[in-house]
Design a protein around this ligand. Structure first.
Ligand code: NOJ
Length: 553
């Protein structure tokens, strides 16, 4: 299967390894318990040694943190808790010196309710131009439609209690997420203008691109019709609940926005990227990466496939096929800040439902099994053509914190569902850098989410000197990926007689992932290029243990 048709491999992002920094939890330089920009600068050498091409920073803007920064109060500045604009400039410059690009998070579906534009809209009253920047609607006595917030509860909030203005009786505003995140009105050209100026502001500062939050949600279906799910999304059977259908997802009008943005980016050269966060089918997602729109979209099918061979196969084939039609490369994503960490997901039976997060009273994962599988999957993934994402801590084999004390939880889902849905804090716990330092070297202040004692085992300094560590496995295999130019290759499936043993030939290397629970013997190979565990080789065959990923020749 050919992975690309649009053009050559000359654009860096087509093969890039992109490392997600979740700034709040990455590295704390001023010891206030929160990560910061200087913390990222201090760790650039670490990232360079790991072998990444780019950093994607989750939101770094001033924010009341109702949704860990995805509620932006000022799009043109840096959260004072994280640093200053000057420090951000320094981050860009220092990263570029090391040949590392910087992608930042753009949050265009909604702002913070504390943003001046929204405060002005509240102040200005019904039918004003200020109100037209957001989705205000009039509806007597009840919400304008039945939409539910993704964090729980209705997607509408009444205006009058906020303004104490009688003229606001029966007025509501829309928020697909928390009430503190009002949705912009993308029918309004002023909203377009605002975001064009935002793009230019950061492009002028030297950023290399943008990861577009909720890229499929900006435009809502005309007339805002009811959806099938209803106002309480978390009360619905998870099999019926889907993030991909609904009158607020994937409306045709979103594509005009990305065409407009592409034109802005092209003013800065054709190497600036737009990355879509759009939880859709591969065919629908591919429409976002047409030549005149975005560059990449996250392949979430890969992440959702978990330890299920058929699903992993499909998560490789379907996006390659769909993206091939539009000439875009595929991305490989195992984890991010919104889902249970891969190491933990793979430590459960595939049918385990962890969509609501995991807490102390839930079944706990088999950590050793999960880590072995995550390493196997990582080695296999690093051999695939296209671009790869690594979520901070993934390279340390860091597990989800499944025993986080409930009283420390901060995800709005936990609060908004009346403590029914635990949410995403378990994958956001601050990174352990040094085993023997306070807070494992994250910083000396109490961390915003508590780290468990066992995080010390995963600390970067312990792994640094250990050739058998997960960190050194990532370093070694990423280096080989680059040297062998596997990211520019193709996927040619090889049938080994067992569909639970994945095998792909890419540029003469046989990538194998043994998803069974027993060793498999592979014939006609003479050497091990890389592997996540000990592979025995001899007499022209290799024995690849269960849960192991290997590159053979
Ligand atoms: C997707 C982000 O990844 C997630 O963390 C956030 O809560 C929602 N979008 C809303 O911005």
């Amino acid at each position: 299967m050919t992975n690309v048709q649009r053009s050559d491999w000359d654009q860096w992002w087509r093969t890039a390894v992109i490392y997600q920094v979740y700034p709040r939890s990455f590295s704390d330089s001023n010891n206030d318990g929160l990560g910061d920009v200087r913390g990222v600068i201090n760790r650039l050498d670490y990232l360079q040694k790991l072998g990444v091409d780019a950093i994607w920073m989750s939101p770094h803007y001033p924010s009341p943190q109702a949704d860990a920064g995805y509620d932006v109060a000022d799009y043109f500045d840096v959260n004072p808790e994280y640093g200053t604009l000057e420090e951000f400039d320094e981050l860009i410059a220092q990263a570029h010196e090391r040949d590392i690009k910087i992608i930042i998070d753009i949050v265009p579906n909604h702002s913070s309710d504390q943003m001046k534009l929204f405060q002005d809209a509240l102040e200005a009253g019904p039918n004003s131009p200020e109100r037209d920047m957001y989705m205000f609607r009039f509806s007597e006595g009840k919400c304008p439609n039945n939409w539910g917030s993704l964090f729980g509860g209705p997607a509408w909030t009444a205006v009058e209690p906020l303004t104490n203005n009688e003229a606001d009786r029966n007025w509501w505003y829309l928020h697909l997420f928390a009430p503190e995140q009002p949705d912009f009105n993308w029918e309004n050209p002023k909203v377009h203008e605002f975001f064009r100026s935002y793009l230019r502001f950061w492009l002028d500062r030297g950023v290399d691109g943008f990861r577009v939050d909720v890229a499929h949600g900006l435009v809502k279906e005309e007339g805002l019709p009811d959806d099938k799910v209803g106002p309480d999304r978390w009360a619905v059977d998870p099999d019926e609940y889907t993030q991909t259908e609904g009158p607020f997802w994937d409306q045709p009008g979103v594509h005009d926005i990305y065409r407009e943005w592409r034109r802005v980016l092209d003013e800065y050269g054709r190497d600036r990227v737009l990355v879509a966060e759009a939880w859709l089918t591969p065919e629908r997602e591919a429409l976002y990466v047409r030549e005149d729109e975005m560059s990449q979209q996250f392949n979430f099918n890969y992440l959702e496939a978990n330890w299920n061979a058929e699903r992993v196969r499909a998560a490789i084939n379907d996006p390659i096929k769909a993206n091939g039609v539009v000439g875009a490369p595929v991305t490989w994503v195992m984890s991010n800040h919104d889902v249970v960490r891969a190491t933990t997901r793979y430590g459960y039976e595939p049918q385990m439902d962890y969509g609501r997060g995991i807490g102390v009273d839930d079944p706990q994962p088999d950590r050793e099994l999960g880590l072995a599988r995550a390493k196997g999957m990582a080695v296999f993934t690093m051999g695939l053509p296209g671009s790869m994402y690594i979520y901070q801590g993934e390279e340390l084999g860091l597990p989800e914190v499944t025993d986080l004390p409930d009283e420390s939880r901060q995800d709005p889902t936990w609060l908004r569902t009346g403590h029914q849905v635990r949410g995403r804090d378990g994958c956001r716990v601050p990174i352990p850098w040094e085993a023997d330092a306070p807070h494992f070297g994250f910083g000396t202040g109490d961390t915003w989410l508590p780290q468990p004692d066992y995080f010390g085992e995963f600390a970067a300094d312990v792994q640094d000197d250990d050739p058998a560590s997960t960190l050194n496995l990532y370093r070694r295999v990423l280096k080989l990926r680059r040297e062998l130019e596997l990211a520019k290759g193709d996927v040619e499936w090889v049938d080994l007689g067992d569909r639970s043993v994945l095998a792909i030939r890419n540029r003469g290397v046989l990538l194998v992932l043994n998803m069974t629970s027993r060793p498999v013997t592979i014939k006609d190979v003479t050497s091990v290029v890389a592997s996540s565990c000990d592979v025995v080789i001899g007499d022209g065959e290799a024995v690849v243990p269960a849960n192991c990923g290997a590159w053979l020749r």
